[in-house]
Design a protein around this ligand. Structure first.
Ligand SMILES: Cc1ncc(COP(=O)(O)O)c(C=O)c1O
Length: 418
């Protein structure tokens, strides 16, 4: 069991290695990423996933001067909404299906019209969602498809990397993602014309920023030093427990938004550390996948637990196991016992997008019951290799106990009514 002073991270990120920092600092990240996702053109490195999304949206808006609306899932990272707004476009949130992260087709069709510039199917939690149906609807109204694979670098659908089914794909290399440059992202597009347009927009919008890049390098060095169980106790665990004590759920999951998405160019050092780390990523994904398969089955065996899975033909990656419990009360009872316990149990996002106070002036009130249910009833269990068997068994026990006491209460309640 985890001893005092150690902490499991909330997601399985590939640990940095000091050798990643050695020169020569070639800016070869895009080419190495291309080999990894098996395409014959380099990916475009950007300062963050959100910056990449902003660049993608500005590129499409410049190509298509008329359309202004972007359809995004109502349950996704709030930075996505901020990127749409910062790109000068209009946010349209769409509810998700009842049992997953895909757009619900009925409201989605209504949101796709002559004004729709782009839609963003999203592979959340490393899970592969079905893009084909969404793609067909989007194309029938003339909208572009940006595949948000920020949390899914390495995931594959029908044998090819995610990010290639739409017009543009997006990966995040942010902290806690499979491969991290602390802050970073990658864009890809099959169409050479679109690739040139993305590069041109990136050159126009991204500014070299000496002080900013020096700060990013320091952040990465901090990540190198602290992304291990003892360092995480101080860098992640202490602020988490402080936030929980104050009931500040947004701070607890890092959902607080910056005023603006930073737009600086990724420098050679960051590019180089990302490039070196790619050499270890495939082996890491094999190990985390094996652990997730085993633990997913054990969690799913508890009556009342749903473990989110890939759509047909998908082979995702496993930063976390995302679970749905039968009610908000049971989910919250589990979190009361586990959230601050150093075992990597937490929540993905706190709200459906329309419910973030910071986004309310940007998003029209929307009927998104399934997204709200996701926010209310899900939690994540870290798939970090540092969550040992004893720690995972404790997670299993707490969830099983809470579900069985909820069942007993239910039965008493029903008996009382007879
Ligand atoms: C689904 C999704 N899209 C976009 C982003 C933005 O990526 P970044 O944090 O690299 O800006 C995130 C961040 O976690 C995300 O989860």
């Amino acid at each position: 069991m985890f001893t005092r002073g150690l902490e499991v991270p909330p997601t399985a990120g590939l640990p940095a290695h000091w050798r990643d920092a050695l020169p020569p600092w070639n800016a070869g990240l895009g080419a190495t990423a291309a080999t990894y996702v098996d395409v014959d053109f380099p990916l475009l490195p950007v300062d963050s996933g959100a910056a990449g999304l902003l660049i993608a949206l500005r590129t499409l808006a410049d190509l298509d001067g008329q359309r202004k609306a972007v359809v995004i899932p109502a349950y996704t990272c709030p930075l996505v909404a901020l990127a749409v707004h910062q790109a000068g476009l209009q946010i349209r949130v769409c509810d998700v299906v009842a049992d997953g992260f895909e757009f619900d087709t009925e409201p989605f069709e209504k949101l796709c019209d002559q004004d729709t510039l782009a839609v963003l199917p999203t592979h959340l939690a490393g899970r592969v969602t079905d893009v084909a149906g969404i793609h067909a609807i989007a194309k029938s109204c003339g909208a572009w498809v940006i595949e948000d694979a920020a949390q899914a670098l390495g995931a594959r659908s029908h044998g090819q990397s995610v990010g290639l089914m739409g017009d543009i794909g997006l990966f995040s290399l942010g902290v806690g993602k499979g491969l991290s440059t602390y802050a970073g992202g990658l864009l890809l597009a099959r169409d050479p014309y679109l690739r040139r347009a993305l590069t041109a927009t990136a050159c126009r919008l991204l500014r070299p920023h000496r002080g900013g890049e020096a700060w990013r390098c320091l952040e990465w060095l901090g990540y190198l030093a602290l992304y291990r169980p003892r360092g995480l106790f101080y860098a992640y665990g202490r602020p988490l427990r402080r936030a929980l004590r104050h009931g500040d759920w947004l701070a607890a999951v890092g959902d607080n938004l910056p005023p603006l998405i930073s737009l600086q160019r990724m420098g050679r050092f960051r590019s180089s550390v990302g490039e070196q780390a790619f050499a270890r990523l495939a082996a890491f994904h094999i190990r985390t996948e094996a652990q997730a398969q085993d633990r997913g089955v054990r969690l799913q065996a508890i009556e009342g637990v749903q473990v989110f899975q890939d759509a047909t033909g998908g082979r995702g990656v496993w930063p976390v196991l995302m679970l749905r419990l039968p009610s908000e009360a049971i989910r919250d009872a589990v979190l009361r016992q586990l959230w601050g316990e150093r075992l990597g149990v937490t929540r993905m996002f706190i709200h459906a997008l329309p419910d973030y106070p910071a986004l309310q002036h940007l998003i029209l009130a929307a009927h998104v019951p399934n997204a709200r249910a996701l926010a209310a009833t899900t939690l994540t269990v870290s798939n970090s290799l540092w969550l040992d068997e004893a720690g995972f068994t404790k997670v299993l026990q707490v969830i099983a106990e809470q579900l069985s006491s909820a069942k007993i209460c239910d039965k008493r309640h029903r008996d009382g009514k007879k």
